[in-house]
Design a protein around this ligand. Structure first.
Ligand SMILES: Cc1ncc(COP(=O)(O)O)c(C=O)c1O
Length: 378
C-alpha cells in the first residue's frame, strides 16, 4: 500500500493537454475569456449578482475587508475555531477580532452566543461554513437586520452545499470560496468573491483591478485608467481560470463520488460511535452538505497517538484548526481574553480522514482496518 494522501489531488490529463488553447488567445494573465466564463457560471448557477474570480479565498477575504471600509478599532465577530486567513484579512485593515465559541454539534459559530458580543463598534459577523455545512443562518440574518451589521460568509469549504434549499455563499452581503487543491473543486490555487449586496459591486470592480477604473477602460467608457481607490493584485490568472472552468463541467459527478466515500465512512464507523470510541459528523435536515471533510472526534488523550498510528500505517489523517483566541498573535496583540471551551475541546479531539473522489476502495478499506485496529488496543 502506497501512502494515502489526505486528498488525492489530480487535474485530468486532457485538461492540461488542451491548455495550449490559451496560446490562441495570447492571454496568460487576467481579463481573459476563461475567468469571465467562470464568473458567469457562478453568477448563473448560484444566482448571485456578481462573482469575481480571485487568486485565493484569502485574497477574496481581503477584498471583503476593504469593501467594508474598516477603520482601526472596528470590531468583527468570528468563530474562534477558524482558519488564520479568515481573521487576518480583517486584522490587516485594523479590525479587532471578537471571538465566539462554536456549536459542538456542527462545529460552526454558536449562534446562541453571538448577540451578547454585538455592540456599537461591531461592523460585521464573519462565519465559516464548516466542512460543507453551516450554522442556523436564519438566526444570524435576524441579528444582522436588528443591529444593522454586515454578514460575510467564508464558504471556502462549502461550495454547492445548501442551507434550507438555497446555496451557501448566497446569504451573506459578501461571500468567499476557495479553489485550493485541498477543496472539492480546484485549480491548484484560486478563489472567488460572491457579491450578494449589490451596493458593493461598483467599488469591488475597482478594488479588484488594483484600485483603478480599468474595467471602465476595457469597456471603452474612459480613455485612460487611473488610481481611484485601495486595491491589489486579486485577479485569478487565465491559466488557473482555464483549469477551473474545465473542472467545473463535471462537478456533480465528482461530488457524487466524494459523497459515496463520505457515506461509506459514516456507515462503517457507526459501530465505533455506538461503542463510544468516537463521534461522527452531525448534519441537521436543513443542510445538504458537499462531503468536503470527513472528520471524527476522539478522546483528547487518544487524538495525537491515533494520528501518529494512522500516519505510521501510511494514512495521512490530520488535525484541524487551533482556537484563534489562544493563538500567539492574538495574545501578543490584544488585551481581551476569551473562555471558549468548545473550540478548544474540538480542536483537541478532531481527526480529518483522507477523502477525495479518487480514493480507491482498497485505500478506503485500509483506512477503516487501521481505525478499528487502533481502538482494539484501547
Ligand atoms: C475556512 C477557510 N477560509 C479560507 C481558507 C484559505 O483558502 P485559500 O488557500 O484559497 O486562500 C481556508 C483554507 O483552507 C479555509 O479553511
Amino acid at each position: 500500500m502506497k501512502f494515502i494522501s489526505f486528498t488525492e489531488v489530480s487535474i485530468p490529463q486532457q485538461i492540461l493537454k488542451n491548455c495550449k488553447i490559451l496560446s490562441r488567445y495570447k492571454n496568460f494573465s487576467t481579463d481573459g475569456i476563461f475567468s469571465k466564463k467562470c464568473s458567469l457560471y457562478f453568477e448563473k448557477t448560484l444566482n448571485v449578482p456578481k462573482a469575481l474570480m480571485t487568486k485565493s479565498c484569502t485574497s477574496a477575504l481581503e477584498m471583503c475587508a476593504i469593501l467594508l471600509n474598516i477603520k482601526e478599532g472596528d470590531e468583527i465577530i468570528f468563530p474562534s475555531y477558524a482558519y488564520v486567513s479568515t481573521i487576518n484579512a480583517f486584522v490587516l485593515r485594523g479590525a479587532k477580532p471578537i471571538f465566539v465559541d462554536i456549536d459542538a454539534n456542527n462545529l460552526n459559530i454558536d449562534v446562541m452566543q453571538l448577540e451578547k458580543k454585538i455592540n456599537k463598534k461591531t461592523k460585521a459577523i464573519v462565519i465559516i461554513n464548516y466542512a460543507g455545512g453551516s450554522c442556523e443562518i436564519s438566526k444570524i440574518i435576524k441579528l444582522k437586520k436588528k443591529y444593522n451589521i454586515y454578514l460575510i460568509e467564508d464558504n471556502a469549504h462549502s461550495l454547492f452545499s445548501k442551507y434550507r434549499n438555497k446555496y451557501l455563499g448566497t446569504f451573506g452581503d459578501l461571500s468567499t470560496t476557495s479553489f485550493h487543491q485541498t477543496k472539492n473543486l480546484h485549480c491548484g490555487e484560486g478563489g472567488a468573491l460572491f457579491i450578494n449586496n449589490k451596493k458593493f459591486i461598483k467599488r469591488a470592480n475597482i478594488i479588484f483591478k488594483k484600485g483603478t477604473d480599468k474595467q471602465k477602460f476595457l469597456e471603452k467608457k474612459v480613455k485612460k485608467y487611473s488610481w481611484k481607490d485601495l486595491g491589489s493584485s486579486f485577479e485569478l490568472s487565465e491559466i488557473h481560470s482555464y483549469i477551473l472552468f474545465h473542472c467545473l463541467k463535471d462537478w456533480k459527478t465528482k461530488f457524487k463520488k466524494r459523497m459515496k466515500i463520505w457515506l461509506n465512512y459514516h456507515e462503517k464507523l457507526l459501530i465505533l460511535e455506538k461503542k463510544n470510541y468516537l463521534r461522527r459528523p452531525i448534519f441537521v435536515r436543513s443542510i445538504k452538505h458537499n462531503a468536503h471533510i470527513y472528520y471524527i472526534l476522539v478522546k483528547k488523550n487518544y487524538r495525537d497517538s491515533m494520528i501518529s498510528y494512522l500516519n505510521q500505517n501510511k494514512i495521512n489523517a490530520t488535525f484541524h484548526y487551533l482556537p484563534q483566541h489562544e493563538s500567539y498573535f492574538f495574545k501578543k496583540n490584544y488585551k481581551e481574553r476569551f473562555n471558549l471551551q468548545i473550540s478548544k475541546k474540538i480542536s483537541d479531539q478532531i481527526i480529518r480522514l483522507p477523502i477525495s473522489n479518487n480514493l480507491k476502495k482498497e485505500q478506503f478499506d485500509h483506512i477503516i482496518k487501521y481505525i478499528f485496529k487502533f481502538f482494539l488496543t484501547k
